[in-house]
Design a protein around this ligand. Structure first.
Ligand code: NAI
Length: 410
């Protein structure tokens, strides 16, 4: 992280982290010279509307709702960090329109999911969860029947993005053969081979594991027909999204003995909190491992999330970089020595860049570098100008009626 001299004293930047965000996040800021206020729980809308006043950077997890009303009360907010994967709890469009980029950490728990997947492949092959359940019920079932090594077996990975290849590498360490299917062209890692179609993968894999996003194309992508195409005696794992597998069809397939076992971590309908009961078609089916959407929930993932989101917030605060923002044009510009950096967020209407450039030219300031990114609502411009004119440039740009926010960084 840069220790660039900034135009703002770091100790004056007000940072509020809610919901017991991992200490790695506050540490990243403290190491960079900032102070962070920590609150262990989520805040309701009314309280947050009060507490957000004067706050420059807000950190939340999944329980704090950042609504339009909250954003309207935020008089100083520069950016918002979701120290989690999802960002549904934030009014993203309203945040964008008020010039607030939102960051999250979509890939910090990749390895955690891959590890659980491999563990479950072994557990399914040995019927270990089922036998554990029997022992809890007082039944001793010592036998080698329906127990297999995974060495030499074929694992078929559907979706070879971040998690898929990690599963493949760990599976190879167990001596498994790895194949995958993805709609995009992907470079195979290790000795993995690519399948030409989903049907090919389904009909040739001993274990089928899903690592696709939730899209219209993946909704119900494993239903009756696909389960029928799977090898008799094979296993299915879903640690991706609940809507990808038709659980009723899976239950039938398990009960008929065509599928030998399944591990499911995600469900079409999940309880909103630990106080709500859970129900599913798969409850009570033998050799089915059910976990409460914990594939990515580890201490290491939390720590990585803390670091990843803090880094993104710091890069934005100190350099204006919005790479990875979920609701904002993604702009990054390397720093040029002896220049002032001006950041401008404006309503995205035609001609803004030429108005800004004319203003700057009239003032005799030299633009050393600039980068504009736009989405349907806003344009975001980073501009490095020659020494000493940044305050005037800022003032002139702020006077434009399309201006949302203008800031001089250094
Ligand atoms: P990613 O976006 O890096 O990779 C997804 C891959 O699926 C991409 O390569 C994409 O091209 C491919 N894909 C998309 N549609 C497809 C289709 N119709 N057929 C075949 N391939 C298709 O995602 P990542 O990080 O690997 O995550 C995968 C899934 O795991 C996501 O749904 C994510 O929400 C879920 N996840 C679950 C966690 C848990 O706690 N159980 C934790 C983290 C992620």
């Amino acid at each position: 992280m840069s220790t660039q001299k900034t135009s703002f004293p770091r100790e004056k930047i007000k940072i509020l982290f809610l919901e017991g965000i991992h200490p790695s996040a506050a540490k990243a800021f403290e190491d960079a010279g900032y102070k962070v206020e920590l609150v262990a729980h989520a805040l309701g809308e009314e309280e947050l509307c009060e507490r957000i006043k004067g706050v420059h950077l807000l950190g939340i997890r999944s329980k704090t709702q950042v609504t339009k009303k909250v954003l309207a009360s935020a008089d100083s907010l520069l950016s918002l960090g979701c120290f989690c994967i999802g960002t549904n709890q934030v009014a993203l469009e309203a945040a964008c329109q008020s010039g607030v980029p939102v960051f999250n950490a979509p890939f910090s728990n990749t390895r955690s999911v891959a590890e659980l997947t491999l563990a479950e492949i072994v557990m399914l092959a040995r019927r270990a969860a089922h036998r554990s359940q029997l022992l809890h019920d007082g039944k001793w079932d010592k036998s080698a029947s329906h127990s297999y090594e995974v060495r030499g077996k074929v694992v078929g990975i559907i979706g070879y993005g971040h998690i898929g290849p990690q599963v493949g590498l760990l599976a190879e360490a167990f001596g498994m053969k790895v194949q995958y299917f993805d709609i995009a062209r992907k470079l195979p890692l290790g000795n993995a081979s690519v399948c030409g179609s989903l049907s090919e993968l389904l009909s040739t894999s001993d274990f089928v594991t899903l690592h696709v996003p939730e899209t219209p194309a993946t909704k119900g992508m494993i239903a009756k027909d696909e389960l029928r195409k799977m090898k008799r005696g094979s296993y299915l794992l879903n640690l991706s999204r609940g809507t990808v597998v038709d659980l009723g069809a899976l239950r039938e397939s398990l009960e008929s003995g065509h599928i030998s076992g399944a591990a499911v971590d995600v469900f079409p309908k999940e309880p909103k909190s630990n106080d709500e009961p859970f129900d599913s078609e798969l409850r009570g089916v033998p050799n089915v491992i059910l976990t409460p959407h914990v594939g990515g929930s580890t201490q290491e993932a939390q720590k990585n999330i803390g670091k990843e989101v803090s880094e993104a917030l710091l890069c934005f605060t100190e350099m204006g970089v919005t790479t990875g923002a979920v609701n904002f044009p993604q702009v990054a510009l390397p720093h040029i020595e002896d220049t002032h950096r001006v950041l401008n967020i404006h309503r995205n209407v035609p001609g803004v860049l030429s108005s800004i450039n004319s203003l700057v030219a009239e003032m005799g300031a030299n633009i050393q570098a600039q980068y504009l990114g736009t989405n349907k609502d806003v344009g975001y411009l980073i501009m490095d100008v020659g020494p000493n004119l940044s305050a005037e440039v800022k003032e002139q740009i702020e006077a434009l009626d399309v201006n949302i926010k203008t800031r001089v960084l250094f």
